[in-house]
Design a protein around this ligand. Structure first.
Ligand SMILES: [Zn+2]
Length: 491
């Protein structure tokens, strides 16, 4: 059966309706709004396999290899076969001709709760100014429902742009209900996510209950093995917090940069406190000793091509080359959307030109240590399989591999900005954008089809978002409007 857009949509809407749940409505009582049902994960078929036919395949798996033209068979949540030609009678067929199939992008560090604050402070140039526009102001007023709205906008925007996995660095987890709402939104969006609740930076919150609440959240929402969501803990570089996270079996996510934090690492290493369960964001301006310790301990590293440039955490130059020079393959992360867009295409391009700019300048100056110009494949690896490794999910996602979860993206090269596609990696890394993301599949479920998100009630999303923004803006007295040159408010 051919999967037409019409038949697909009607079946998925019917399926979505039967999946609607109301068990978490009490979490939003303080917002006066019931936001569940804005988006519901869709069931793509009536249990039949999905067959993608005739796509150019960039698998990001050396064993699978790449195909100029190949087929991908999806059964249940998994990729069951990848081959030049597959026959699967009765499967729903998606025409892959003129499309490039890639693994879904993995964004290794996103503060999803900030979704409704998109581009509120675009000229912000340093960390304190970013904090004034988020943590020091709006964040202190967030209700559980606002967490829901922010996370939902972020997750849906990510899926729309082909990001199928995020590590949700949720550093506004003011209470257990705030965390529950963030998780609800990730669930409703249908994204794969590692949810990492973290301490707010300002305002009052349930600090005394934090560790107990983490344990409760884990037992309540993360006790099963299946599903798209796993849990981590967002932490400071702090022995007590790491001990709590490790007792709960949670990976430890830490914003890590600069000489001062670098100087903490020798003692951490000596005391056996560093390992692959540490995930360090940014890693800018680290000392040589710190890089060697990170490598030795197997700490996971992600770098932020735009964020590190925008706000200069550490030295203002992102840590990609430094990581590569130390034998570490970092993931890429968007960080947040308070100043720029949320897509991985922009991260890959920013990384490409930052690395090349620095390297070309060295070459022109005849520096014998100038790094080789980064290549398209390396950038796509960072945005997919290397990110999956950072998230501890590379066994199940990050590449197109038989037996892995079916998390993949089809990019339409017939679109006028991509046609004719003479080089697949060049098309994806150097030219594609969100509007070319035609199909997104996560865990075997089609979440974007025919260039549109499936199962999204946009009118309801607008209403929920307007309510949240109106409340947050009023609460902190923000009235600058869409033509503001600067954020203005002080902490
Ligand atoms: Zn961050």
């Amino acid at each position: 059966m051919k999967l037409t857009r019409r038949s697909f949509l009607s079946s998925s809407i019917a399926a979505a309706a039967t999946m609607a749940t109301g068990n978490a409505l009490s979490f939003f009582k303080d917002t006066g709004a019931d936001h569940r049902g804005i988006s519901t994960p869709s069931v793509p078929t009536d249990g039949r396999p999905i067959l993608i036919q005739g796509a150019t395949i960039l698998s990001m798996d050396s064993k699978t290899g790449d195909f100029e033209s190949g087929d991908i068979l999806i059964e249940g949540s998994k990729i069951s076969r990848i081959s030049r030609s597959i026959t699967a009678p009765g499967a729903h067929v998606i025409d892959g001709r003129g499309r490039i199939a890639i693994p879904g992008f993995v964004d290794t560090h996103r503060h999803a709760w900030e979704g409704q604050l998109r581009r509120i402070n675009p000229n912000s140039a340093d960390l304190m100014n970013y904090i004034a526009g988020t943590h020091g102001s709006f964040a202190t007023k967030y209700r559980p429902g606002d967490m829901y709205v922010g996370n939902l906008i972020t997750a849906l925007g990510a899926i729309d742009a082909g990001i199928t996995t995020i590590i949700d660095n949720s550093h506004n987890s003011r209470s257990l209900d705030h965390a529950r709402s963030a998780v609800d939104a990730l669930t409703d969006a249908g994204i794969r996510a590692v949810h990492a609740p973290g301490a707010p930076l300002a305002g009052s919150w349930d600090k005394d209950r934090w560790y107990d609440d983490l344990a409760k959240l884990k037992a309540e929402r993360f006790s099963g093995k299946d599903g798209l969501l796993t849990m981590a803990m967002m932490t400071s570089p702090d022995r007590d917090q790491w001990a709590v996270g490790r007792k709960l079996g949670l990976p430890l996510v830490t914003e890590f940069f600069g000489k001062e934090m670098s100087a903490m690492l020798p003692a951490f290493l000596r005391d056996g406190l560093l390992g692959p369960d540490n995930i360090f964001n940014h890693c800018t301006d680290l000392t040589e000793e710190a890089w060697q310790i990170i490598r030795k301990a197997g700490v996971q590293v992600d770098v932020c091509p735009r964020s590190d440039t925008h706000w200069a955490l550490g030295g203002g130059m992102f840590g990609y080359q430094a990581a590569i020079d130390h034998g570490i393959k970092p993931g890429f992360s968007v960080d947040n959307e308070s100043a720029y867009s949320g897509d991985m295409f922009a991260e890959m391009r920013a990384a490409l030109y930052l690395q090349r700019s620095a390297g070309q300048a060295q070459r022109v100056a005849k520096d014998p240590h100038a790094p080789a110009p980064v290549r398209m494949r390396e950038l796509l690896e960072a945005a997919t399989i290397n990110g999956a490794a950072v998230a501890h999910l590379d066994k199940i996602t990050g590449s197109l591999t038989e037996g892995k979860q079916a998390d993949l993206v089809l990019i339409n090269t017939n679109d006028i900005n991509l046609y004719p596609s003479n080089n697949a990696l060049g098309t994806v890394v150097g030219a594609a954008e969100r509007s070319n993301v035609e199909t997104v599949i996560i865990g075997g479920r089609v979440r974007k089809h025919g260039g549109k998100l499936v199962g999204l009630d946009m009118a309801k999303l607008h209403r929920a978002t307007e309510e949240s923004r109106a409340y947050l803006f009023k609460s902190v007295g923000y009235d600058k409007g869409v033509l503001a040159e600067d954020f203005g408010l002080r902490q």
